[in-house]
Design a binder for this molecule. Structure first.
Ligand code: NAD
Length: 290
């Protein structure tokens, strides 16, 4: 590091809380070093209270870009100058660019495209498919909207009746108004409809975080009859690598089970491209991190 960082080195930040567990600093710094790019990537513990000052700091210090994670993905929007069309539609930002350090901050969202690229890498196409999804928070919304933009035929979202339900209603409205995809929302408490929907779907996506600590012993699917040999099961969680859901689906013969590592890698690769204009060496990073 001391050999690499000098007076010319440009900074990229990550602002979120909690953040110390994140793989993003390792991923980006290893990619900078591999390509010989004069950037450094640092994580900063920033919540909603410090967010406005942090964004001013990005401008003042000429930080060239930033990743943004919970709880700042929506809260950062009022402080930015411009949003990409996808970020506008999703209503959330995970990547900010500051071209040439001049202070004009543009918000992008790469979670949805990252997830679609991860599915494609596994040979899974969303085009013309019926997809059942649980979860309509930050990750779920980005995935749902990108799947719809990429030509999914139907998106059937199931959400518990919590504070995210209203957001899910808005997501369904946006998809129906802006894309050819037919989107619906049903309360996850309606388990008969949930199981029926999966039985008609090619892909089931869990974007809830159930399966990750502290819910690592839980799964939203526990009925073996729901799992079919032609069903793809995708869980956005990557820690643990195999959630209870993915283990259950694999053991009951699902066509494919996919964890969130690929989504994490490709959302990062797309952010890297925004920051540096270069392609992340994804095979090298995969070997290091997976
Ligand atoms: P969020 O809090 O914005 O949304 C969570 C969603 O899950 C909401 O729709 C909520 O209603 C639903 N939910 C919560 N608890 C539930 C339960 N017990 N049963 C059913 N539904 C429940 O969170 P988020 O930012 O969208 O993150 C969700 C998960 O996605 C997290 O585990 C996060 O680590 C993961 N994630 C992964 C990547 C990746 O690159 N792989 C990227 C972003 C987020």
């Amino acid at each position: 590091m001391t050999e690499r960082i000098d007076g010319h080195t440009l900074l990229i930040s990550l602002i979120a809380t909690p953040i110390r567990h994140s793989l993003s600093p390792t991923m980006h710094n290893e990619a900078f070093a591999k390509l010989g790019l004069d950037y450094a990537y640092m994580a900063f513990e920033v919540g909603n209270e410090e967010l406005k000052d942090a964004v001013q700091g990005i401008r003042a210090l000429g930080i060239r870009g930033s990743n943004v994670s919970m709880p700042n993905k929506q809260a950062i929007i009022p402080y930015l100058d411009e949003l990409s069309p996808a970020a506008k539609l999703v209503g959330a930002v995970n990547t900010v660019t500051n071209k040439d350090g001049k202070g004009h901050l543009v918000g992008h969202v790469t979670d949805g495209t990252g997830a679609m690229r991860a599915l494609k890498e596994e040979g899974v196409e969303v085009e013309n498919q019926i997809i059942t999804m649980t979860g309509a928070g930050g990750a779920g919304t980005a995935i749902a909207i990108q799947a719809a933009l990429d030509g999914a035929k139907e998106l059937r979202i199931f959400n518990i009746n919590d504070q995210h339900y209203k957001n899910a209603e808005e997501t369904v409205k946006k998809i129906n108004e802006n894309t050819e995809c037919k989107a619906t929302l049903t309360d996850l408490a309606d388990q008969v409809s949930f199981k029926q929907s999966i039985s008609e779907s090619a892909i089931y996506i869990d974007a809830t975080g159930v399966g990750m600590k502290p819910l690592q012993e839980e799964s939203l699917i526990n009925d073996p009859e729901v799992i079919r040999p032609d069903l793809v099961v995708f869980d956005v969680v990557y820690m643990p690598k195999e959630t209870k859901l993915l283990k259950f689906a694999r053991e009951h013969g699902a066509k494919k089970t996919i964890n969130g590592l690929g989504m994490m890698l490709y959302q990062g690769a797309e952010a890297f491209k925004h920051f540096t204009g270069e392609d992340m060496p994804v095979d090298y990073i995969k070997e290091l991190l997976f």
